[in-house]
Design a protein around this ligand. Structure first.
Ligand code: ASP
Length: 475
Protein backbone atom coordinates (compact mmCIF):
# COMPACT_ATOMS: atom_id res chain seq x y z
CA UNK A 1 0.00 0.00 0.00
CA UNK A 2 1.24 3.48 -0.79
CA UNK A 3 1.18 6.03 1.98
CA UNK A 4 0.58 9.57 0.90
CA UNK A 5 1.97 10.88 4.19
CA UNK A 6 3.90 14.13 4.35
CA UNK A 7 7.25 12.37 4.87
CA UNK A 8 6.81 10.17 1.83
CA UNK A 9 5.94 13.12 -0.35
CA UNK A 10 9.14 14.86 0.67
CA UNK A 11 11.23 11.95 -0.53
CA UNK A 12 9.69 11.89 -3.96
CA UNK A 13 12.20 12.90 -6.58
CA UNK A 14 11.68 16.08 -8.54
CA UNK A 15 13.48 16.34 -11.88
CA UNK A 16 15.60 19.46 -12.05
CA UNK A 17 13.63 20.85 -14.97
CA UNK A 18 10.47 20.69 -12.85
CA UNK A 19 11.84 22.69 -9.93
CA UNK A 20 10.18 25.72 -11.51
CA UNK A 21 6.84 24.31 -10.38
CA UNK A 22 8.05 24.07 -6.76
CA UNK A 23 8.90 27.71 -6.10
CA UNK A 24 8.50 28.45 -2.41
CA UNK A 25 8.30 24.81 -1.33
CA UNK A 26 10.66 21.96 -0.57
CA UNK A 27 11.86 19.42 -3.11
CA UNK A 28 14.24 16.48 -3.33
CA UNK A 29 16.52 16.14 -6.34
CA UNK A 30 18.86 13.33 -7.32
CA UNK A 31 21.86 13.72 -9.56
CA UNK A 32 25.51 14.66 -9.80
CA UNK A 33 27.57 17.48 -8.34
CA UNK A 34 28.43 19.47 -11.45
CA UNK A 35 30.50 22.30 -10.01
CA UNK A 36 31.41 23.17 -6.43
CA UNK A 37 32.47 26.60 -5.21
CA UNK A 38 33.39 26.63 -1.54
CA UNK A 39 33.39 30.15 -0.17
CA UNK A 40 33.93 29.03 3.41
CA UNK A 41 30.75 30.23 5.08
CA UNK A 42 28.67 29.52 2.02
CA UNK A 43 29.08 26.60 -0.35
CA UNK A 44 27.66 26.87 -3.86
CA UNK A 45 26.94 23.67 -5.72
CA UNK A 46 25.57 23.19 -9.20
CA UNK A 47 23.66 19.93 -9.54
CA UNK A 48 22.88 18.05 -12.73
CA UNK A 49 20.43 15.37 -13.73
CA UNK A 50 19.25 14.20 -17.16
CA UNK A 51 16.86 17.15 -17.37
CA UNK A 52 19.21 19.99 -16.56
CA UNK A 53 21.03 21.96 -13.88
CA UNK A 54 20.25 23.98 -10.78
CA UNK A 55 22.39 26.08 -8.50
CA UNK A 56 22.23 25.15 -4.84
CA UNK A 57 23.56 27.00 -1.84
CA UNK A 58 24.38 25.83 1.67
CA UNK A 59 23.86 28.69 4.09
CA UNK A 60 26.12 29.00 7.17
CA UNK A 61 23.34 27.94 9.57
CA UNK A 62 22.69 24.57 7.83
CA UNK A 63 25.27 22.77 9.99
CA UNK A 64 24.75 19.17 8.85
CA UNK A 65 24.48 20.04 5.18
CA UNK A 66 27.61 22.13 5.56
CA UNK A 67 29.56 19.19 6.91
CA UNK A 68 28.61 16.96 3.98
CA UNK A 69 28.88 19.83 1.48
CA UNK A 70 32.48 20.53 2.35
CA UNK A 71 33.41 16.94 1.43
CA UNK A 72 31.60 16.90 -1.90
CA UNK A 73 33.56 16.92 -5.15
CA UNK A 74 32.49 17.09 -8.80
CA UNK A 75 30.66 13.98 -10.08
CA UNK A 76 29.66 12.68 -6.66
CA UNK A 77 26.13 11.28 -6.80
CA UNK A 78 23.78 12.86 -4.31
CA UNK A 79 20.25 13.19 -3.09
CA UNK A 80 19.54 16.73 -2.01
CA UNK A 81 16.60 18.15 -0.15
CA UNK A 82 16.15 21.86 -0.31
CA UNK A 83 13.87 24.83 -0.53
CA UNK A 84 13.22 26.26 -3.97
CA UNK A 85 13.72 30.01 -3.58
CA UNK A 86 13.26 32.78 -6.09
CA UNK A 87 16.58 34.54 -6.67
CA UNK A 88 16.88 38.19 -5.75
CA UNK A 89 16.36 40.35 -8.86
CA UNK A 90 20.06 41.21 -9.20
CA UNK A 91 21.09 37.53 -9.29
CA UNK A 92 18.65 36.42 -11.97
CA UNK A 93 20.30 34.87 -15.05
CA UNK A 94 17.58 35.05 -17.68
CA UNK A 95 19.38 33.04 -20.36
CA UNK A 96 20.07 30.09 -18.08
CA UNK A 97 17.78 27.19 -17.25
CA UNK A 98 16.57 27.74 -13.66
CA UNK A 99 18.39 31.09 -13.71
CA UNK A 100 15.63 32.64 -11.62
CA UNK A 101 15.64 30.09 -8.80
CA UNK A 102 18.08 28.58 -6.37
CA UNK A 103 17.95 25.54 -4.11
CA UNK A 104 18.59 26.38 -0.47
CA UNK A 105 20.09 23.10 0.65
CA UNK A 106 18.67 21.54 3.82
CA UNK A 107 20.24 18.08 3.66
CA UNK A 108 22.48 16.03 1.40
CA UNK A 109 22.80 12.25 1.18
CA UNK A 110 25.80 10.89 -0.71
CA UNK A 111 24.67 8.00 -2.97
CA UNK A 112 28.12 7.39 -4.44
CA UNK A 113 31.47 9.10 -4.37
CA UNK A 114 33.57 9.77 -7.43
CA UNK A 115 37.28 9.73 -8.02
CA UNK A 116 38.59 12.79 -9.82
CA UNK A 117 37.26 12.50 -13.39
CA UNK A 118 39.81 11.90 -16.18
CA UNK A 119 39.00 15.28 -17.71
CA UNK A 120 36.88 18.36 -17.26
CA UNK A 121 33.20 17.64 -17.91
CA UNK A 122 31.95 21.20 -17.65
CA UNK A 123 33.33 22.27 -21.06
CA UNK A 124 32.33 21.24 -24.60
CA UNK A 125 35.33 18.88 -24.57
CA UNK A 126 36.86 20.19 -27.77
CA UNK A 127 40.09 20.98 -25.92
CA UNK A 128 40.53 17.36 -24.80
CA UNK A 129 42.42 14.73 -26.83
CA UNK A 130 39.99 12.41 -28.56
CA UNK A 131 41.84 9.25 -27.45
CA UNK A 132 41.13 10.08 -23.87
CA UNK A 133 37.52 11.04 -24.59
CA UNK A 134 36.91 7.72 -26.37
CA UNK A 135 38.67 5.63 -23.71
CA UNK A 136 36.41 7.07 -21.03
CA UNK A 137 33.42 7.62 -23.27
CA UNK A 138 30.88 6.99 -20.50
CA UNK A 139 32.34 10.03 -18.75
CA UNK A 140 32.62 12.09 -21.92
CA UNK A 141 28.93 11.43 -22.58
CA UNK A 142 28.08 13.27 -19.36
CA UNK A 143 29.03 16.62 -20.87
CA UNK A 144 26.25 18.90 -22.17
CA UNK A 145 27.28 18.76 -25.82
CA UNK A 146 27.20 14.97 -25.99
CA UNK A 147 24.02 14.71 -23.91
CA UNK A 148 22.38 17.05 -26.42
CA UNK A 149 23.69 15.21 -29.47
CA UNK A 150 22.62 11.77 -28.28
CA UNK A 151 19.20 12.91 -27.08
CA UNK A 152 18.56 14.85 -30.29
CA UNK A 153 19.55 11.82 -32.30
CA UNK A 154 16.79 9.91 -30.57
CA UNK A 155 14.32 12.73 -31.26
CA UNK A 156 15.12 12.58 -34.96
CA UNK A 157 14.73 8.78 -34.99
CA UNK A 158 11.45 9.09 -33.18
CA UNK A 159 10.10 11.71 -35.56
CA UNK A 160 11.08 9.58 -38.54
CA UNK A 161 9.41 6.53 -36.98
CA UNK A 162 6.22 8.44 -36.30
CA UNK A 163 6.07 10.06 -39.72
CA UNK A 164 6.78 6.87 -41.63
CA UNK A 165 4.36 4.77 -39.64
CA UNK A 166 1.69 7.44 -40.18
CA UNK A 167 1.97 6.83 -43.93
CA UNK A 168 1.82 3.07 -43.73
CA UNK A 169 5.43 1.96 -43.28
CA UNK A 170 6.30 -1.05 -41.12
CA UNK A 171 9.61 -1.21 -39.28
CA UNK A 172 11.17 -4.63 -39.81
CA UNK A 173 14.46 -6.00 -38.50
CA UNK A 174 16.72 -7.92 -40.83
CA UNK A 175 19.58 -10.29 -39.91
CA UNK A 176 23.11 -9.29 -38.97
CA UNK A 177 24.54 -12.75 -39.61
CA UNK A 178 24.08 -12.99 -43.33
CA UNK A 179 25.78 -13.45 -46.66
CA UNK A 180 27.80 -10.97 -48.65
CA UNK A 181 25.85 -8.30 -50.56
CA UNK A 182 28.00 -6.17 -52.82
CA UNK A 183 27.92 -2.48 -51.88
CA UNK A 184 31.42 -1.84 -53.09
CA UNK A 185 33.20 -2.47 -49.78
CA UNK A 186 34.92 -5.32 -48.00
CA UNK A 187 32.74 -7.49 -45.75
CA UNK A 188 33.33 -8.21 -42.10
CA UNK A 189 33.02 -11.94 -41.69
CA UNK A 190 32.08 -14.12 -38.74
CA UNK A 191 33.22 -17.75 -38.53
CA UNK A 192 30.65 -20.46 -38.03
CA UNK A 193 31.35 -22.91 -35.20
CA UNK A 194 28.81 -25.49 -36.29
CA UNK A 195 30.05 -25.52 -39.88
CA UNK A 196 33.78 -25.05 -39.43
CA UNK A 197 35.45 -23.28 -42.33
CA UNK A 198 32.28 -21.40 -43.26
CA UNK A 199 31.54 -17.78 -42.57
CA UNK A 200 28.67 -15.35 -42.25
CA UNK A 201 29.10 -11.86 -43.62
CA UNK A 202 27.91 -8.86 -41.62
CA UNK A 203 25.61 -6.72 -43.77
CA UNK A 204 27.02 -3.74 -45.66
CA UNK A 205 23.36 -2.77 -45.90
CA UNK A 206 20.03 -4.63 -45.70
CA UNK A 207 19.71 -4.23 -49.49
CA UNK A 208 18.74 -7.78 -50.44
CA UNK A 209 16.54 -8.34 -47.41
CA UNK A 210 14.58 -5.16 -47.98
CA UNK A 211 14.01 -6.08 -51.61
CA UNK A 212 12.94 -9.57 -50.57
CA UNK A 213 10.47 -7.93 -48.19
CA UNK A 214 8.93 -6.34 -51.28
CA UNK A 215 8.64 -9.83 -52.79
CA UNK A 216 7.03 -10.79 -49.49
CA UNK A 217 4.31 -8.20 -49.99
CA UNK A 218 5.28 -5.88 -47.11
CA UNK A 219 5.09 -2.95 -49.59
CA UNK A 220 6.47 -0.25 -47.26
CA UNK A 221 9.45 -1.14 -45.10
CA UNK A 222 11.84 0.89 -43.02
CA UNK A 223 14.53 0.17 -40.48
CA UNK A 224 17.06 2.04 -38.42
CA UNK A 225 19.70 -0.35 -39.65
CA UNK A 226 23.24 -0.98 -38.51
CA UNK A 227 25.60 -1.53 -41.46
CA UNK A 228 29.16 -2.78 -41.39
CA UNK A 229 31.81 -2.03 -43.99
CA UNK A 230 35.48 -2.86 -43.67
CA UNK A 231 36.89 0.25 -45.26
CA UNK A 232 40.09 2.17 -44.82
CA UNK A 233 40.30 5.09 -42.43
CA UNK A 234 38.30 8.20 -43.29
CA UNK A 235 37.21 11.06 -41.07
CA UNK A 236 33.47 10.78 -41.51
CA UNK A 237 33.30 6.99 -41.72
CA UNK A 238 32.92 4.32 -39.08
CA UNK A 239 33.28 0.54 -39.52
CA UNK A 240 29.72 0.27 -38.26
CA UNK A 241 27.24 3.01 -38.91
CA UNK A 242 23.52 3.58 -39.01
CA UNK A 243 21.29 3.93 -42.03
CA UNK A 244 17.69 4.93 -42.11
CA UNK A 245 16.78 2.34 -44.66
CA UNK A 246 13.50 2.13 -46.59
CA UNK A 247 11.90 0.41 -49.53
CA UNK A 248 8.52 0.82 -51.23
CA UNK A 249 6.57 -1.17 -53.78
CA UNK A 250 4.72 0.17 -56.85
CA UNK A 251 6.69 3.41 -56.85
CA UNK A 252 8.56 5.51 -59.34
CA UNK A 253 11.62 7.63 -58.71
CA UNK A 254 9.47 10.71 -58.05
CA UNK A 255 7.51 8.93 -55.31
CA UNK A 256 10.57 7.90 -53.31
CA UNK A 257 12.12 11.33 -53.70
CA UNK A 258 8.90 13.04 -52.57
CA UNK A 259 8.50 10.92 -49.41
CA UNK A 260 12.09 11.64 -48.43
CA UNK A 261 12.08 15.31 -49.26
CA UNK A 262 8.90 15.81 -47.22
CA UNK A 263 10.40 13.89 -44.32
CA UNK A 264 13.63 15.90 -44.32
CA UNK A 265 11.75 19.20 -44.45
CA UNK A 266 9.40 18.14 -41.66
CA UNK A 267 12.24 17.05 -39.45
CA UNK A 268 14.21 20.27 -39.88
CA UNK A 269 11.14 22.45 -39.33
CA UNK A 270 10.01 20.52 -36.26
CA UNK A 271 13.27 19.77 -34.49
CA UNK A 272 15.67 22.42 -35.83
CA UNK A 273 13.46 25.49 -36.33
CA UNK A 274 16.52 27.75 -36.05
CA UNK A 275 17.84 26.30 -39.30
CA UNK A 276 17.01 27.59 -42.74
CA UNK A 277 16.56 25.33 -45.74
CA UNK A 278 18.11 27.16 -48.69
CA UNK A 279 15.66 26.02 -51.33
CA UNK A 280 12.37 24.09 -51.37
CA UNK A 281 11.68 22.00 -53.41
CA UNK A 282 15.25 20.74 -53.23
CA UNK A 283 17.07 21.63 -56.43
CA UNK A 284 17.98 18.75 -58.74
CA UNK A 285 21.20 18.38 -60.64
CA UNK A 286 22.17 15.66 -63.01
CA UNK A 287 25.46 13.95 -62.27
CA UNK A 288 26.91 15.63 -65.38
CA UNK A 289 25.80 19.10 -64.20
CA UNK A 290 27.11 18.52 -60.67
CA UNK A 291 30.49 17.44 -61.97
CA UNK A 292 30.71 20.30 -64.43
CA UNK A 293 29.61 23.05 -62.04
CA UNK A 294 30.93 21.80 -58.70
CA UNK A 295 33.35 19.04 -59.65
CA UNK A 296 31.60 16.87 -57.08
CA UNK A 297 28.74 14.39 -57.08
CA UNK A 298 27.76 15.69 -53.63
CA UNK A 299 27.93 19.40 -54.33
CA UNK A 300 27.96 22.06 -51.64
CA UNK A 301 25.50 24.55 -53.13
CA UNK A 302 25.27 26.83 -50.07
CA UNK A 303 25.04 30.50 -51.01
CA UNK A 304 26.66 31.49 -47.72
CA UNK A 305 29.15 29.03 -46.31
CA UNK A 306 29.65 31.08 -43.12
CA UNK A 307 26.09 30.57 -41.94
CA UNK A 308 26.06 27.52 -39.63
CA UNK A 309 22.27 27.31 -39.77
CA UNK A 310 21.95 27.09 -43.54
CA UNK A 311 20.98 23.70 -44.93
CA UNK A 312 21.39 23.38 -48.69
CA UNK A 313 19.83 20.10 -49.73
CA UNK A 314 19.95 18.99 -53.34
CA UNK A 315 19.26 15.87 -55.34
CA UNK A 316 21.75 14.42 -57.77
CA UNK A 317 20.26 12.16 -60.45
CA UNK A 318 21.11 10.49 -63.74
CA UNK A 319 24.34 8.81 -62.71
CA UNK A 320 26.05 6.47 -65.15
CA UNK A 321 25.16 2.88 -64.29
CA UNK A 322 28.57 1.39 -65.01
CA UNK A 323 32.16 2.50 -64.79
CA UNK A 324 35.41 0.77 -65.72
CA UNK A 325 36.72 -1.41 -62.90
CA UNK A 326 40.39 -1.59 -61.87
CA UNK A 327 40.62 -4.86 -63.75
CA UNK A 328 39.43 -3.25 -66.98
CA UNK A 329 35.92 -4.71 -67.00
CA UNK A 330 32.68 -3.00 -65.96
CA UNK A 331 31.44 -2.44 -62.45
CA UNK A 332 28.42 -0.64 -61.01
CA UNK A 333 28.78 2.96 -59.80
CA UNK A 334 26.24 2.66 -56.96
CA UNK A 335 24.21 -0.48 -56.63
CA UNK A 336 23.96 -3.53 -58.88
CA UNK A 337 20.29 -3.92 -57.97
CA UNK A 338 19.32 -0.56 -59.47
CA UNK A 339 17.28 -0.37 -62.64
CA UNK A 340 18.53 1.64 -65.57
CA UNK A 341 16.43 4.63 -66.56
CA UNK A 342 13.41 3.18 -68.39
CA UNK A 343 14.56 4.63 -71.71
CA UNK A 344 17.91 2.84 -71.34
CA UNK A 345 16.53 -0.59 -70.45
CA UNK A 346 16.85 -1.67 -74.07
CA UNK A 347 20.58 -0.86 -74.12
CA UNK A 348 21.07 -2.92 -70.97
CA UNK A 349 19.20 -5.89 -72.40
CA UNK A 350 21.18 -5.70 -75.64
CA UNK A 351 24.43 -4.99 -73.76
CA UNK A 352 25.10 -1.96 -75.90
CA UNK A 353 26.18 1.65 -75.19
CA UNK A 354 27.23 0.46 -71.73
CA UNK A 355 28.99 3.68 -70.66
CA UNK A 356 25.92 5.70 -71.69
CA UNK A 357 23.38 3.72 -69.68
CA UNK A 358 22.07 5.91 -66.87
CA UNK A 359 20.74 4.51 -63.60
CA UNK A 360 17.61 5.49 -61.71
CA UNK A 361 19.90 6.27 -58.74
CA UNK A 362 19.13 9.43 -56.77
CA UNK A 363 21.45 10.81 -54.11
CA UNK A 364 20.58 13.52 -51.66
CA UNK A 365 23.41 15.84 -50.71
CA UNK A 366 23.54 18.35 -47.88
CA UNK A 367 26.19 21.07 -47.60
CA UNK A 368 28.70 18.99 -49.54
CA UNK A 369 28.00 15.61 -47.91
CA UNK A 370 26.08 12.68 -49.34
CA UNK A 371 23.39 12.03 -46.74
CA UNK A 372 21.36 9.49 -48.67
CA UNK A 373 21.05 7.48 -51.81
CA UNK A 374 18.80 4.96 -53.44
CA UNK A 375 17.20 3.85 -56.65
CA UNK A 376 14.36 2.12 -58.41
CA UNK A 377 15.31 -1.55 -58.66
CA UNK A 378 15.64 -4.02 -61.43
CA UNK A 379 12.73 -6.25 -60.43
CA UNK A 380 12.80 -8.50 -63.47
CA UNK A 381 15.21 -11.43 -63.17
CA UNK A 382 16.44 -11.27 -66.76
CA UNK A 383 17.38 -7.59 -66.43
CA UNK A 384 19.17 -8.13 -63.13
CA UNK A 385 21.06 -11.06 -64.65
CA UNK A 386 22.21 -8.75 -67.45
CA UNK A 387 23.83 -6.38 -64.95
CA UNK A 388 25.92 -9.21 -63.51
CA UNK A 389 26.70 -10.45 -67.02
CA UNK A 390 28.01 -7.02 -68.04
CA UNK A 391 30.16 -7.11 -64.89
CA UNK A 392 31.70 -10.32 -66.21
CA UNK A 393 30.04 -12.81 -63.86
CA UNK A 394 29.64 -16.33 -65.22
CA UNK A 395 26.21 -17.99 -65.11
CA UNK A 396 27.43 -20.24 -62.27
CA UNK A 397 28.63 -17.30 -60.20
CA UNK A 398 25.36 -15.43 -60.75
CA UNK A 399 23.44 -18.50 -59.69
CA UNK A 400 25.65 -19.11 -56.64
CA UNK A 401 25.62 -15.52 -55.37
CA UNK A 402 22.23 -14.28 -56.44
CA UNK A 403 20.18 -17.38 -57.24
CA UNK A 404 17.90 -16.73 -54.26
CA UNK A 405 16.99 -13.20 -55.33
CA UNK A 406 16.57 -14.16 -59.00
CA UNK A 407 14.20 -16.93 -57.92
CA UNK A 408 12.29 -14.46 -55.72
CA UNK A 409 11.95 -12.02 -58.59
CA UNK A 410 10.57 -14.83 -60.74
CA UNK A 411 7.63 -15.18 -58.34
CA UNK A 412 5.77 -11.94 -58.83
CA UNK A 413 7.98 -9.32 -57.21
CA UNK A 414 6.36 -5.89 -57.63
CA UNK A 415 8.25 -2.93 -59.07
CA UNK A 416 9.96 -1.24 -56.14
CA UNK A 417 12.54 1.25 -55.05
CA UNK A 418 14.06 2.72 -51.94
CA UNK A 419 16.73 4.75 -50.33
CA UNK A 420 19.00 4.79 -47.30
CA UNK A 421 20.10 7.81 -45.30
CA UNK A 422 23.52 8.00 -43.74
CA UNK A 423 22.02 8.76 -40.38
CA UNK A 424 25.21 9.58 -38.48
CA UNK A 425 26.27 12.05 -41.13
CA UNK A 426 22.88 13.73 -41.17
CA UNK A 427 23.05 14.11 -37.37
CA UNK A 428 26.57 15.51 -37.64
CA UNK A 429 25.34 18.24 -39.99
CA UNK A 430 22.19 19.02 -38.00
CA UNK A 431 24.24 19.33 -34.81
CA UNK A 432 27.00 21.38 -36.48
CA UNK A 433 29.59 18.81 -35.48
CA UNK A 434 32.89 18.31 -37.29
CA UNK A 435 32.67 14.50 -37.46
CA UNK A 436 30.18 11.68 -37.02
CA UNK A 437 31.84 10.36 -33.87
CA UNK A 438 30.29 13.27 -31.96
CA UNK A 439 26.80 11.96 -32.69
CA UNK A 440 27.42 8.27 -31.89
CA UNK A 441 27.31 7.09 -28.27
CA UNK A 442 30.19 4.63 -28.56
CA UNK A 443 32.16 5.31 -31.73
CA UNK A 444 35.39 3.75 -32.83
CA UNK A 445 38.57 5.59 -33.73
CA UNK A 446 39.49 6.30 -37.33
CA UNK A 447 41.49 3.05 -37.22
CA UNK A 448 38.42 1.09 -36.18
CA UNK A 449 39.42 0.59 -32.55
CA UNK A 450 37.14 0.74 -29.56
CA UNK A 451 39.48 2.28 -27.00
CA UNK A 452 37.06 1.79 -24.13
CA UNK A 453 36.49 -1.96 -24.60
CA UNK A 454 39.96 -2.44 -26.11
CA UNK A 455 38.64 -4.09 -29.20
CA UNK A 456 39.57 -5.69 -31.57
CA UNK A 457 41.44 -8.10 -29.32
CA UNK A 458 42.95 -11.57 -29.55
CA UNK A 459 40.49 -14.42 -29.28
CA UNK A 460 40.75 -17.11 -26.66
CA UNK A 461 42.81 -20.08 -28.03
CA UNK A 462 39.95 -22.39 -27.02
CA UNK A 463 37.49 -20.36 -29.08
CA UNK A 464 39.78 -20.57 -32.09
CA UNK A 465 40.12 -24.33 -31.75
CA UNK A 466 36.32 -24.66 -31.62
CA UNK A 467 36.09 -22.62 -34.79
CA UNK A 468 38.82 -24.56 -36.54
CA UNK A 469 40.86 -21.39 -37.02
CA UNK A 470 44.65 -21.06 -36.97
CA UNK A 471 46.13 -17.59 -36.73
CA UNK A 472 48.71 -16.75 -39.35
CA UNK A 473 49.48 -13.10 -38.67
CA UNK A 474 51.65 -11.20 -41.13
CA UNK A 475 54.58 -9.79 -39.18
N1 ASP B 1 21.72 -0.01 -50.00
C1 ASP B 1 22.08 1.28 -50.54
C2 ASP B 1 23.28 1.82 -49.79
O1 ASP B 1 23.58 1.33 -48.71
C3 ASP B 1 20.98 2.26 -50.43
C4 ASP B 1 19.81 1.93 -51.30
O2 ASP B 1 19.97 1.84 -52.53
O3 ASP B 1 18.70 1.82 -50.77
O4 ASP B 1 23.93 2.75 -50.22
Amino acid sequence: MRHEGANNKKMERTYIKDLQTKKGSEATIKGWVHIRRDQGKMIFLDFRDMTGKIQGVILPNAKEAHEVGSKLRPEWVVEVRGKVNARPEKNIQKEKQNGDIELEILSITVLNESETPPFDLSTDGKEIGEESRLKYRYMDLRRDRLQKNIRNRFKVTQLVRNELSAIGFTEIETPLLTKSTPEGSRDYIVPSRIEQGKFYALPQSPQQYKQLLMTAGMEKYFQVARCMRDEDTRGDRQPEFTQLDMEMSFVKREDVMAVNEDLLIKLVKTLYPEKEIQEIPFPRLTYAEAMEKYNSDKPDIRKDKNNPNLLAFCWVIDFPFFEKSDKGGWTFTHNPFSAPKPEHMEWLMKEEKIPEILTTQYDVALNGFEIGGGSIRNHQPEALKKVFKIMGYTDERIEKNFGHILQAFAWGTPPHGGIAWGFDRLMMLLENEPNIRETIAFPKTGEGRDLMMESPAEADPEQLTELGIKINVKK
